[in-house]
Write a protein that binds this ligand. Sequence first.
Ligand code: SF4
Length: 333
Amino acid sequence: MSNNVLLEVKNLKTYFFLDEGVVKAVDGVNFKIEKGKTFGVVGESGCGKSITAHSILQILPPRGKIVEGEIILHTENGPVDLAKLNSTSQEIRDIRGKEIAMVFQEPMTALAPVYTIGNQIMEAILLHQKNVTKEQAKKRAIDLLGRVGIPNPEKRVDAYPFELSGGMRQRAMIAMAMSSNPSLLIADEPTTALDVTIQAQILDLIKNLQKEMGMATMLITHNMGVVAEMADDVAVMYLGKIVESAPVDEIFYNPKHPYTVALLKSIPKVGKKVKGRLESIEGMVPDPYNLPTGCRFHTRCPSYMKGICDKEEPPEIEINTGHKVSCFLYGGR
Ligand code: SF4
């Protein structure tokens, strides 16, 4: 194994045990994130991409449970299987916010409305770093707010989240996430709630901080444009499974899985005039309590082969170095 690997997820299964039945939100997912690289996870809402991230940090809702698999984080002190840790243990608390930090779509999820942003960043610093005084933590909070592009940070450090715009709140949350120099930043739809100009600024900010600090990023998005802009490697998820994964250029110039092809057709291309409406993906996402047999995409797939695709799950096949696809069109029958 390359010692550049920071996080390895092996056969991860996270299920929700609800009154209506069992939802297999993540169902046998495998991937690796390399140190300093950006790993994009893309798919429609409900495909399991956020639940994968929540599983890594052990912040699942009460009815969600990791039922199988490993999540190996390579730390300075050796590998740790996060899937085996209790969600309330000191070990996972030390990892959350220190080794792995997360930014959410809506900053108000992470920022407490009744404390100033300075106080919240200071608290994160004091929690994870030893021998730091309150004054030093405040200085660092101001420095971080400046680094994430918040003007007049000496003043804004005393602002409450509601006093900041959506873009500024997102910057403040990124400052909080950066406060412990994490080795991995998980960004879950970090720009979805923002308008287009601010989106580009926040993506640039994440990119620059990543370069400066050498951290890896797991970027979760439904937006192929964001993936193209940011990711080194990409995994495409559909109904709890990774259906295709590859370096970013392979995904965009040589997509194989019919779902990836459909996702790419549904985004506008710069410089190309769109005649009529953009293509949308046929059909509805199936009921999560009642998943299709065989290939989970078969109810929407234009290349569906009756008697094959609805019978068995397609195995994962490596068709090029680092380019894997699960589809009978490429073998496995
Ligand atoms: Fe389509 Fe069959 Fe491939 Fe599934 S296995 S994506 S249904 S062709």
